[in-house]
Design a protein around this ligand. Sequence first.
Ligand code: SAH
Ligand code: SF4
Ligand code: F3S
Length: 476
Amino acid sequence: MLLPDYKKARSRGHEEVQKEKYEIPKKYEKIGKGKTYYVKTYGCQMNEHDTENIKAMLEQLGFSECDSYENSDLVLLNTCSIRENAHNKAFGMLGRLKHLKEENPNLLVGVCGCMAQEEGVVKEIMNHYRFVNFVFGTHNIHRLPEVLYESIHEKKQEIEVYSKEGNIIEDMPVKRANSFKAYVNIIYGCDKFCTYCIVPYTRGKQRSRAMDDILKEVKELISEGYQEVTLLGQNVNAYGKDLKDGYGLSDLLEEVAKTGIPRIRFMTSHPWDFTDEMIDVIAKYDNIMPSIHLPVQSGSNRILKLMGRRYTREEYLTLFHKMKERIPRVTISTDIIVGFPTETEEDFQETVDLVEECKFDNAFSFIFSPREGTAAAKIKDDTSEEEKQERLYRLNEVLNNYFLMNHQKMVGSIVPVLVEGSNASMKTSLYGYTDTNVLINFDGDTSLIGKIIPVKITEAKTWSIDGELVKETSKE
Ligand code: SAH
Ligand code: SF4
Ligand code: F3S
Protein backbone atom coordinates (compact mmCIF):
# COMPACT_ATOMS: atom_id res chain seq x y z
CA MET A 1 0.00 0.00 0.00
CA LEU A 2 1.33 3.43 -0.95
CA LEU A 3 -0.58 6.46 0.28
CA PRO A 4 -0.37 10.08 -0.90
CA ASP A 5 1.52 12.55 1.29
CA TYR A 6 0.98 16.28 0.76
CA LYS A 7 4.30 17.30 2.29
CA LYS A 8 6.17 15.22 -0.25
CA ALA A 9 3.86 16.36 -3.04
CA ARG A 10 4.61 20.00 -2.25
CA SER A 11 8.39 19.64 -2.24
CA ARG A 12 10.28 20.44 -5.41
CA GLY A 13 13.58 18.56 -5.64
CA HIS A 14 16.34 19.03 -8.19
CA GLU A 15 16.59 15.37 -9.09
CA GLU A 16 16.66 14.83 -12.82
CA VAL A 17 13.58 13.38 -14.45
CA GLN A 18 14.30 10.26 -16.43
CA LYS A 19 12.53 8.89 -19.44
CA GLU A 20 11.07 5.40 -19.29
CA LYS A 21 9.51 3.25 -22.00
CA TYR A 22 6.15 1.67 -21.31
CA GLU A 23 5.88 -2.04 -21.83
CA ILE A 24 3.08 -4.24 -20.67
CA PRO A 25 4.38 -7.20 -18.68
CA LYS A 26 3.37 -10.46 -20.45
CA LYS A 27 1.86 -12.05 -17.35
CA TYR A 28 -0.91 -9.44 -17.23
CA GLU A 29 -1.96 -9.65 -20.85
CA LYS A 30 -5.02 -11.83 -20.29
CA ILE A 31 -6.46 -10.55 -17.03
CA GLY A 32 -9.33 -8.78 -18.77
CA LYS A 33 -10.14 -11.45 -21.34
CA GLY A 34 -13.88 -11.62 -21.99
CA LYS A 35 -14.55 -8.72 -19.62
CA THR A 36 -15.79 -5.20 -20.29
CA TYR A 37 -14.78 -1.81 -18.88
CA TYR A 38 -16.20 1.68 -18.50
CA VAL A 39 -14.09 4.74 -17.66
CA LYS A 40 -15.82 7.88 -16.38
CA THR A 41 -13.70 11.00 -16.76
CA TYR A 42 -14.00 14.18 -14.70
CA GLY A 43 -11.79 17.23 -15.13
CA CYS A 44 -9.59 18.84 -17.73
CA GLN A 45 -8.12 17.84 -21.09
CA MET A 46 -5.16 16.35 -19.28
CA ASN A 47 -7.49 13.89 -17.58
CA GLU A 48 -9.30 13.19 -20.84
CA HIS A 49 -5.97 12.35 -22.42
CA ASP A 50 -4.97 10.15 -19.46
CA THR A 51 -8.23 8.29 -20.02
CA GLU A 52 -7.16 7.67 -23.62
CA ASN A 53 -4.02 5.97 -22.28
CA ILE A 54 -5.96 4.07 -19.63
CA LYS A 55 -8.46 2.71 -22.16
CA ALA A 56 -5.66 1.48 -24.42
CA MET A 57 -3.93 -0.23 -21.49
CA LEU A 58 -7.17 -1.95 -20.46
CA GLU A 59 -7.63 -3.18 -24.02
CA GLN A 60 -4.10 -4.56 -24.01
CA LEU A 61 -5.14 -6.51 -20.94
CA GLY A 62 -8.01 -8.02 -22.90
CA PHE A 63 -10.91 -5.83 -21.72
CA SER A 64 -13.32 -4.34 -24.24
CA GLU A 65 -15.16 -1.03 -23.89
CA CYS A 66 -18.81 -0.97 -22.81
CA ASP A 67 -21.00 2.08 -23.24
CA SER A 68 -22.85 1.83 -19.94
CA TYR A 69 -21.33 1.45 -16.49
CA GLU A 70 -24.29 -0.65 -15.32
CA ASN A 71 -23.28 -3.47 -17.67
CA SER A 72 -19.51 -3.35 -17.19
CA ASP A 73 -17.26 -5.72 -15.32
CA LEU A 74 -14.85 -2.92 -14.44
CA VAL A 75 -15.73 0.70 -13.71
CA LEU A 76 -12.90 3.20 -13.29
CA LEU A 77 -13.40 6.81 -12.18
CA ASN A 78 -10.73 9.20 -13.46
CA THR A 79 -11.33 12.02 -11.00
CA CYS A 80 -10.68 15.76 -10.68
CA SER A 81 -9.94 17.80 -7.54
CA ILE A 82 -10.14 21.33 -8.86
CA ARG A 83 -13.38 22.37 -7.11
CA GLU A 84 -15.72 20.92 -4.53
CA ASN A 85 -18.39 19.99 -7.07
CA ALA A 86 -15.95 17.77 -9.00
CA HIS A 87 -15.40 15.92 -5.71
CA ASN A 88 -19.10 15.65 -5.05
CA LYS A 89 -19.79 14.24 -8.49
CA ALA A 90 -17.20 11.49 -8.07
CA PHE A 91 -18.41 10.56 -4.60
CA GLY A 92 -21.99 10.58 -5.90
CA MET A 93 -20.96 8.09 -8.56
CA LEU A 94 -19.21 5.93 -5.94
CA GLY A 95 -22.53 5.85 -4.06
CA ARG A 96 -24.27 4.49 -7.16
CA LEU A 97 -21.50 1.96 -7.71
CA LYS A 98 -21.89 0.73 -4.13
CA HIS A 99 -25.48 -0.29 -4.91
CA LEU A 100 -24.41 -1.86 -8.17
CA LYS A 101 -21.77 -3.86 -6.39
CA GLU A 102 -24.32 -5.18 -3.88
CA GLU A 103 -26.17 -6.68 -6.85
CA ASN A 104 -23.01 -7.81 -8.61
CA PRO A 105 -20.19 -8.62 -6.15
CA ASN A 106 -17.82 -9.43 -9.03
CA LEU A 107 -17.85 -5.84 -10.26
CA LEU A 108 -14.41 -4.24 -10.12
CA VAL A 109 -14.32 -0.57 -9.09
CA GLY A 110 -11.24 1.64 -9.38
CA VAL A 111 -10.45 5.28 -8.62
CA CYS A 112 -7.63 7.23 -10.24
CA GLY A 113 -6.87 10.82 -11.28
CA CYS A 114 -6.29 13.90 -9.17
CA MET A 115 -8.55 12.97 -6.23
CA ALA A 116 -6.48 9.83 -5.76
CA GLN A 117 -3.53 12.13 -4.98
CA GLU A 118 -5.38 13.69 -2.04
CA GLU A 119 -4.61 12.38 1.43
CA GLY A 120 -8.14 13.04 2.68
CA VAL A 121 -9.85 11.33 -0.25
CA VAL A 122 -7.78 8.16 0.01
CA LYS A 123 -8.46 7.97 3.77
CA GLU A 124 -12.17 8.38 3.05
CA ILE A 125 -12.05 5.55 0.50
CA MET A 126 -10.16 3.29 2.93
CA ASN A 127 -12.59 4.00 5.75
CA HIS A 128 -15.95 4.34 4.08
CA TYR A 129 -15.69 2.90 0.57
CA ARG A 130 -14.19 -0.51 1.26
CA PHE A 131 -15.87 -1.90 -1.85
CA VAL A 132 -13.47 0.09 -4.07
CA ASN A 133 -11.03 -2.51 -5.37
CA PHE A 134 -8.10 -0.34 -6.34
CA VAL A 135 -6.75 3.22 -6.35
CA PHE A 136 -3.79 4.60 -8.30
CA GLY A 137 -2.58 8.15 -8.79
CA THR A 138 -1.64 10.48 -11.62
CA HIS A 139 2.08 9.63 -11.37
CA ASN A 140 1.69 5.89 -11.83
CA ILE A 141 -0.97 5.47 -14.49
CA HIS A 142 1.44 3.12 -16.25
CA ARG A 143 1.22 0.78 -13.25
CA LEU A 144 -2.49 0.09 -13.87
CA PRO A 145 -1.89 -3.55 -14.97
CA GLU A 146 0.04 -4.39 -11.78
CA VAL A 147 -2.38 -2.57 -9.47
CA LEU A 148 -5.37 -4.26 -11.06
CA TYR A 149 -3.71 -7.68 -10.97
CA GLU A 150 -2.81 -7.30 -7.29
CA SER A 151 -6.32 -6.28 -6.31
CA ILE A 152 -7.85 -9.22 -8.19
CA HIS A 153 -5.41 -11.85 -6.99
CA GLU A 154 -4.87 -10.70 -3.42
CA LYS A 155 -8.62 -10.03 -3.10
CA LYS A 156 -7.96 -6.83 -1.20
CA GLN A 157 -8.22 -3.09 -1.63
CA GLU A 158 -5.06 -2.19 -3.49
CA ILE A 159 -3.85 1.39 -3.10
CA GLU A 160 -0.78 2.59 -4.92
CA VAL A 161 -0.34 6.36 -5.11
CA TYR A 162 3.07 7.97 -5.58
CA SER A 163 3.24 11.29 -3.74
CA LYS A 164 5.97 12.55 -6.00
CA GLU A 165 6.15 12.45 -9.72
CA GLY A 166 8.17 9.64 -11.22
CA ASN A 167 9.70 9.37 -14.65
CA ILE A 168 8.22 10.58 -17.89
CA ILE A 169 6.72 7.52 -19.53
CA GLU A 170 7.02 7.40 -23.30
CA ASP A 171 5.20 5.12 -25.74
CA MET A 172 2.13 4.59 -23.59
CA PRO A 173 -0.58 3.00 -25.71
CA VAL A 174 -3.40 5.37 -26.58
CA LYS A 175 -7.00 4.92 -27.69
CA ARG A 176 -7.87 8.37 -28.99
CA ALA A 177 -11.42 9.62 -28.63
CA ASN A 178 -11.27 11.25 -32.03
CA SER A 179 -9.74 10.34 -35.38
CA PHE A 180 -8.93 13.86 -36.60
CA LYS A 181 -7.98 15.90 -33.53
CA ALA A 182 -5.59 14.76 -30.84
CA TYR A 183 -4.13 15.79 -27.51
CA VAL A 184 -0.36 15.77 -27.16
CA ASN A 185 1.22 16.26 -23.73
CA ILE A 186 4.18 18.63 -23.77
CA ILE A 187 4.69 19.37 -20.09
CA TYR A 188 3.49 17.62 -16.94
CA GLY A 189 2.89 19.16 -13.51
CA CYS A 190 3.01 22.77 -12.39
CA ASP A 191 5.38 24.80 -10.22
CA LYS A 192 3.32 27.98 -10.02
CA PHE A 193 1.48 27.24 -6.77
CA CYS A 194 -1.28 29.79 -7.28
CA THR A 195 -2.61 29.93 -3.72
CA TYR A 196 -6.10 28.58 -4.54
CA CYS A 197 -4.97 25.69 -6.73
CA ILE A 198 -4.59 22.00 -5.98
CA VAL A 199 -2.90 21.06 -9.27
CA PRO A 200 0.75 21.45 -8.15
CA TYR A 201 -0.05 18.89 -5.42
CA THR A 202 -1.93 16.44 -7.61
CA ARG A 203 0.27 16.65 -10.70
CA GLY A 204 3.73 17.19 -9.24
CA LYS A 205 6.61 19.28 -10.42
CA GLN A 206 7.00 20.73 -13.87
CA ARG A 207 8.49 18.22 -16.32
CA SER A 208 8.80 18.81 -20.06
CA ARG A 209 8.77 16.06 -22.63
CA ALA A 210 11.75 16.04 -24.99
CA MET A 211 11.04 17.97 -28.18
CA ASP A 212 11.99 14.96 -30.33
CA ASP A 213 9.39 12.77 -28.63
CA ILE A 214 6.70 15.41 -29.14
CA LEU A 215 7.59 15.88 -32.81
CA LYS A 216 7.64 12.12 -33.34
CA GLU A 217 4.12 11.87 -31.94
CA VAL A 218 2.89 14.77 -34.10
CA LYS A 219 4.40 13.23 -37.24
CA GLU A 220 2.72 9.91 -36.47
CA LEU A 221 -0.58 11.72 -36.06
CA ILE A 222 -0.10 13.42 -39.44
CA SER A 223 0.55 10.07 -41.08
CA GLU A 224 -2.69 8.78 -39.55
CA GLY A 225 -4.59 11.70 -41.09
CA TYR A 226 -5.02 13.91 -38.02
CA GLN A 227 -5.95 17.54 -38.76
CA GLU A 228 -5.43 19.12 -35.36
CA VAL A 229 -3.21 18.74 -32.32
CA THR A 230 -3.69 20.44 -28.97
CA LEU A 231 -0.43 20.72 -27.06
CA LEU A 232 -1.28 20.17 -23.41
CA GLY A 233 0.11 21.34 -20.11
CA GLN A 234 -1.08 23.14 -16.97
CA ASN A 235 1.26 25.94 -17.94
CA VAL A 236 2.58 25.34 -21.44
CA ASN A 237 4.62 28.57 -21.36
CA ALA A 238 7.01 26.92 -18.94
CA TYR A 239 7.83 24.30 -21.59
CA GLY A 240 11.55 23.57 -21.71
CA LYS A 241 12.53 25.40 -18.52
CA ASP A 242 13.58 22.11 -16.96
CA LEU A 243 15.38 20.83 -20.07
CA LYS A 244 19.07 21.23 -20.75
CA ASP A 245 18.78 21.91 -24.47
CA GLY A 246 17.54 25.48 -24.07
CA TYR A 247 14.32 25.12 -26.08
CA GLY A 248 11.23 27.03 -25.04
CA LEU A 249 7.59 27.02 -26.12
CA SER A 250 8.26 29.37 -29.05
CA ASP A 251 10.84 26.89 -30.46
CA LEU A 252 8.50 23.97 -29.93
CA LEU A 253 5.56 25.77 -31.56
CA GLU A 254 7.72 26.64 -34.54
CA GLU A 255 8.94 23.06 -34.99
CA VAL A 256 5.42 21.66 -34.66
CA ALA A 257 4.21 24.26 -37.18
CA LYS A 258 6.91 23.13 -39.63
CA THR A 259 5.60 19.55 -39.55
CA GLY A 260 2.69 20.92 -41.60
CA ILE A 261 -0.12 19.61 -39.39
CA PRO A 262 -3.10 21.77 -40.46
CA ARG A 263 -4.09 23.01 -37.00
CA ILE A 264 -2.15 23.56 -33.79
CA ARG A 265 -3.70 24.66 -30.51
CA PHE A 266 -2.08 24.81 -27.09
CA MET A 267 -3.34 25.21 -23.54
CA THR A 268 -3.09 26.54 -20.89
CA SER A 269 -0.90 29.63 -20.88
CA HIS A 270 -0.05 31.51 -17.71
CA PRO A 271 0.18 35.23 -18.50
CA TRP A 272 3.37 35.55 -16.45
CA ASP A 273 5.76 33.90 -18.87
CA PHE A 274 4.18 34.57 -22.22
CA THR A 275 7.09 35.92 -24.25
CA ASP A 276 7.27 38.17 -27.32
CA GLU A 277 8.87 35.28 -29.22
CA MET A 278 5.78 33.16 -28.61
CA ILE A 279 3.53 35.93 -29.93
CA ASP A 280 5.74 36.30 -33.02
CA VAL A 281 5.66 32.57 -33.78
CA ILE A 282 1.87 32.39 -33.38
CA ALA A 283 1.52 35.36 -35.75
CA LYS A 284 3.97 33.91 -38.27
CA TYR A 285 2.50 30.45 -38.88
CA ASP A 286 -0.94 29.99 -40.42
CA ASN A 287 -1.31 26.56 -38.87
CA ILE A 288 -0.98 27.87 -35.30
CA MET A 289 -4.58 28.79 -34.57
CA PRO A 290 -5.21 32.43 -33.63
CA SER A 291 -6.93 31.56 -30.37
CA ILE A 292 -5.33 31.88 -26.95
CA HIS A 293 -6.62 30.86 -23.55
CA LEU A 294 -5.17 33.37 -21.11
CA PRO A 295 -6.68 33.02 -17.64
CA VAL A 296 -6.75 36.34 -15.76
CA GLN A 297 -8.55 35.08 -12.58
CA SER A 298 -9.18 38.60 -11.23
CA GLY A 299 -8.96 42.26 -12.23
CA SER A 300 -7.92 43.44 -8.78
CA ASN A 301 -4.22 43.78 -8.02
CA ARG A 302 -4.83 43.10 -4.35
CA ILE A 303 -6.58 39.81 -5.14
CA LEU A 304 -4.06 38.84 -7.83
CA LYS A 305 -1.34 39.24 -5.23
CA LEU A 306 -3.22 37.09 -2.72
CA MET A 307 -3.71 34.51 -5.47
CA GLY A 308 0.06 34.43 -6.08
CA ARG A 309 -0.45 35.03 -9.80
CA ARG A 310 2.77 37.10 -10.21
CA TYR A 311 1.34 39.70 -12.60
CA THR A 312 -0.65 42.87 -12.15
CA ARG A 313 -3.83 43.93 -13.89
CA GLU A 314 -1.75 46.42 -15.90
CA GLU A 315 0.74 43.75 -17.02
CA TYR A 316 -2.10 41.47 -18.06
CA LEU A 317 -3.71 44.25 -20.10
CA THR A 318 -0.43 45.15 -21.79
CA LEU A 319 0.06 41.52 -22.83
CA PHE A 320 -3.56 41.22 -23.93
CA HIS A 321 -3.39 44.28 -26.19
CA LYS A 322 -0.02 43.23 -27.61
CA MET A 323 -1.53 39.90 -28.67
CA LYS A 324 -4.55 41.63 -30.23
CA GLU A 325 -2.27 43.97 -32.18
CA ARG A 326 0.27 41.45 -33.38
CA ILE A 327 -1.79 38.33 -34.10
CA PRO A 328 -4.35 38.91 -36.86
CA ARG A 329 -7.95 37.95 -35.90
CA VAL A 330 -6.83 36.48 -32.58
CA THR A 331 -9.53 35.52 -30.09
CA ILE A 332 -8.68 35.45 -26.40
CA SER A 333 -10.56 33.49 -23.76
CA THR A 334 -10.08 33.49 -20.01
CA ASP A 335 -10.84 31.97 -16.61
CA ILE A 336 -12.14 34.07 -13.71
CA ILE A 337 -12.62 33.22 -10.04
CA VAL A 338 -15.12 35.28 -8.04
CA GLY A 339 -15.43 35.29 -4.28
CA PHE A 340 -11.76 34.70 -3.55
CA PRO A 341 -11.33 35.15 0.23
CA THR A 342 -11.55 38.84 1.20
CA GLU A 343 -12.73 39.90 -2.28
CA THR A 344 -14.75 43.11 -1.82
CA GLU A 345 -17.38 44.60 -4.09
CA GLU A 346 -14.68 47.07 -5.26
CA ASP A 347 -12.29 44.22 -6.13
CA PHE A 348 -15.08 42.51 -8.00
CA GLN A 349 -15.90 45.72 -9.90
CA GLU A 350 -12.27 45.86 -11.04
CA THR A 351 -12.76 42.40 -12.55
CA VAL A 352 -15.90 43.59 -14.32
CA ASP A 353 -14.01 46.68 -15.59
CA LEU A 354 -11.26 44.46 -16.95
CA VAL A 355 -13.82 42.28 -18.71
CA GLU A 356 -15.32 45.41 -20.24
CA GLU A 357 -11.94 46.42 -21.53
CA CYS A 358 -10.95 42.97 -22.88
CA LYS A 359 -14.36 41.94 -24.25
CA PHE A 360 -13.31 38.29 -24.03
CA ASP A 361 -14.35 35.89 -26.77
CA ASN A 362 -15.01 33.12 -24.29
CA ALA A 363 -14.61 32.59 -20.56
CA PHE A 364 -15.05 30.11 -17.75
CA SER A 365 -16.13 31.68 -14.48
CA PHE A 366 -16.07 29.98 -11.11
CA ILE A 367 -16.84 30.64 -7.49
CA PHE A 368 -13.77 30.13 -5.30
CA SER A 369 -13.73 26.67 -3.80
CA PRO A 370 -11.33 26.12 -0.88
CA ARG A 371 -9.02 23.15 -1.50
CA GLU A 372 -7.55 21.37 1.49
CA GLY A 373 -3.82 21.94 1.83
CA THR A 374 -3.65 25.10 -0.31
CA ALA A 375 -2.70 28.51 1.10
CA ALA A 376 -5.94 30.26 0.12
CA ALA A 377 -8.04 27.71 1.99
CA LYS A 378 -6.61 29.16 5.22
CA ILE A 379 -7.58 32.79 4.50
CA LYS A 380 -10.57 33.93 6.56
CA ASP A 381 -13.52 34.96 4.47
CA ASP A 382 -16.66 36.87 5.40
CA THR A 383 -18.45 37.08 2.07
CA SER A 384 -21.66 35.08 2.06
CA GLU A 385 -22.31 32.29 -0.43
CA GLU A 386 -25.31 34.25 -1.63
CA GLU A 387 -23.18 37.31 -2.40
CA LYS A 388 -20.70 35.15 -4.33
CA GLN A 389 -23.52 33.64 -6.40
CA GLU A 390 -24.76 37.14 -7.09
CA ARG A 391 -21.31 38.25 -8.27
CA LEU A 392 -20.99 35.25 -10.53
CA TYR A 393 -24.39 36.00 -12.02
CA ARG A 394 -23.50 39.65 -12.65
CA LEU A 395 -20.15 38.73 -14.14
CA ASN A 396 -21.73 36.20 -16.49
CA GLU A 397 -24.23 38.78 -17.72
CA VAL A 398 -21.35 41.02 -18.78
CA LEU A 399 -19.30 38.18 -20.27
CA ASN A 400 -22.23 36.77 -22.26
CA ASN A 401 -22.97 40.14 -23.71
CA TYR A 402 -19.48 40.32 -25.21
CA PHE A 403 -19.58 36.75 -26.53
CA LEU A 404 -22.68 37.67 -28.51
CA MET A 405 -21.22 40.99 -29.65
CA ASN A 406 -18.01 39.33 -30.89
CA HIS A 407 -20.01 36.68 -32.73
CA GLN A 408 -22.18 39.34 -34.38
CA LYS A 409 -19.04 40.93 -35.82
CA MET A 410 -18.27 37.66 -37.59
CA VAL A 411 -21.56 37.49 -39.51
CA GLY A 412 -21.04 37.60 -43.27
CA SER A 413 -17.42 36.41 -43.18
CA ILE A 414 -16.13 33.08 -44.47
CA VAL A 415 -14.04 31.09 -42.02
CA PRO A 416 -12.23 27.74 -42.06
CA VAL A 417 -14.02 25.10 -39.97
CA LEU A 418 -12.87 21.68 -38.84
CA VAL A 419 -16.07 19.63 -39.04
CA GLU A 420 -16.31 17.51 -35.90
CA GLY A 421 -19.62 15.72 -36.06
CA SER A 422 -23.32 15.76 -36.71
CA ASN A 423 -26.08 16.50 -34.25
CA ALA A 424 -27.77 13.22 -33.44
CA SER A 425 -31.30 14.51 -33.87
CA MET A 426 -30.79 16.01 -37.32
CA LYS A 427 -28.48 14.07 -39.59
CA THR A 428 -27.74 16.97 -41.92
CA SER A 429 -26.85 19.33 -39.12
CA LEU A 430 -23.10 19.47 -38.68
CA TYR A 431 -20.96 21.20 -36.10
CA GLY A 432 -17.32 22.14 -35.86
CA TYR A 433 -14.91 24.81 -34.69
CA THR A 434 -13.56 27.83 -36.55
CA ASP A 435 -9.83 28.54 -36.52
CA THR A 436 -10.58 31.08 -33.78
CA ASN A 437 -12.25 28.30 -31.74
CA VAL A 438 -15.90 29.32 -32.09
CA LEU A 439 -18.51 26.54 -32.19
CA ILE A 440 -20.41 26.66 -35.47
CA ASN A 441 -23.52 24.78 -36.65
CA PHE A 442 -24.45 24.39 -40.31
CA ASP A 443 -26.16 21.98 -42.69
CA GLY A 444 -24.05 19.59 -44.70
CA ASP A 445 -23.29 15.99 -45.49
CA THR A 446 -21.68 13.77 -42.84
CA SER A 447 -18.92 12.91 -45.34
CA LEU A 448 -17.46 16.32 -44.41
CA ILE A 449 -16.70 15.19 -40.85
CA GLY A 450 -12.97 15.36 -40.18
CA LYS A 451 -12.34 17.88 -42.97
CA ILE A 452 -11.44 21.56 -42.85
CA ILE A 453 -13.81 23.53 -45.06
CA PRO A 454 -14.86 27.18 -45.56
CA VAL A 455 -18.20 28.13 -43.99
CA LYS A 456 -20.05 31.42 -44.29
CA ILE A 457 -21.35 32.82 -41.01
CA THR A 458 -25.05 33.69 -41.12
CA GLU A 459 -26.16 34.19 -37.53
CA ALA A 460 -24.66 34.94 -34.14
CA LYS A 461 -25.71 33.40 -30.84
CA THR A 462 -24.14 33.73 -27.39
CA TRP A 463 -22.23 30.45 -27.29
CA SER A 464 -22.12 29.53 -30.95
CA ILE A 465 -22.68 30.79 -34.48
CA ASP A 466 -24.68 29.44 -37.40
CA GLY A 467 -23.34 29.20 -40.91
CA GLU A 468 -23.83 27.75 -44.35
CA LEU A 469 -21.55 25.79 -46.62
CA VAL A 470 -19.64 27.76 -49.25
CA LYS A 471 -20.35 25.95 -52.51
CA GLU A 472 -17.15 26.98 -54.37
CA THR A 473 -13.99 24.90 -53.98
CA SER A 474 -12.39 25.18 -50.57
CA LYS A 475 -9.58 27.63 -49.90
CA GLU A 476 -7.97 26.16 -46.80
N1 SAH B 1 -3.40 25.66 -15.41
C1 SAH B 1 -4.46 26.49 -15.73
C2 SAH B 1 -5.72 26.26 -14.97
C3 SAH B 1 -6.10 24.98 -14.46
S1 SAH B 1 -7.53 24.94 -13.52
C4 SAH B 1 -4.04 27.91 -15.50
O1 SAH B 1 -3.16 28.20 -14.74
O2 SAH B 1 -4.67 28.75 -16.06
C5 SAH B 1 -8.72 25.77 -14.51
C6 SAH B 1 -9.33 26.93 -13.81
O3 SAH B 1 -10.01 26.52 -12.66
C7 SAH B 1 -8.37 27.98 -13.31
O4 SAH B 1 -7.93 28.84 -14.30
C8 SAH B 1 -9.18 28.68 -12.26
O5 SAH B 1 -9.91 29.73 -12.82
C9 SAH B 1 -10.12 27.61 -11.77
N2 SAH B 1 -9.77 27.16 -10.42
C10 SAH B 1 -8.65 26.55 -10.02
N3 SAH B 1 -8.68 26.32 -8.70
C11 SAH B 1 -9.86 26.80 -8.25
C12 SAH B 1 -10.49 26.87 -6.97
N4 SAH B 1 -9.89 26.41 -5.88
N5 SAH B 1 -11.72 27.42 -6.89
C13 SAH B 1 -12.34 27.90 -7.99
N6 SAH B 1 -11.79 27.87 -9.22
C14 SAH B 1 -10.57 27.32 -9.36
FE1 SF4 C 1 -3.01 25.93 -10.85
FE2 SF4 C 1 -1.76 28.22 -11.14
FE3 SF4 C 1 -0.58 25.96 -11.92
FE4 SF4 C 1 -2.64 26.90 -13.26
S1 SF4 C 1 -0.64 27.88 -13.06
S2 SF4 C 1 -2.32 24.79 -12.63
S3 SF4 C 1 -3.92 27.81 -11.69
S4 SF4 C 1 -1.08 26.53 -9.84
FE1 F3S D 1 -8.87 18.56 -12.37
FE2 F3S D 1 -6.54 17.44 -12.13
FE3 F3S D 1 -7.19 18.59 -14.38
S1 F3S D 1 -7.54 18.65 -10.61
S2 F3S D 1 -8.55 20.22 -13.75
S3 F3S D 1 -8.16 16.84 -13.53
S4 F3S D 1 -5.17 18.49 -13.49
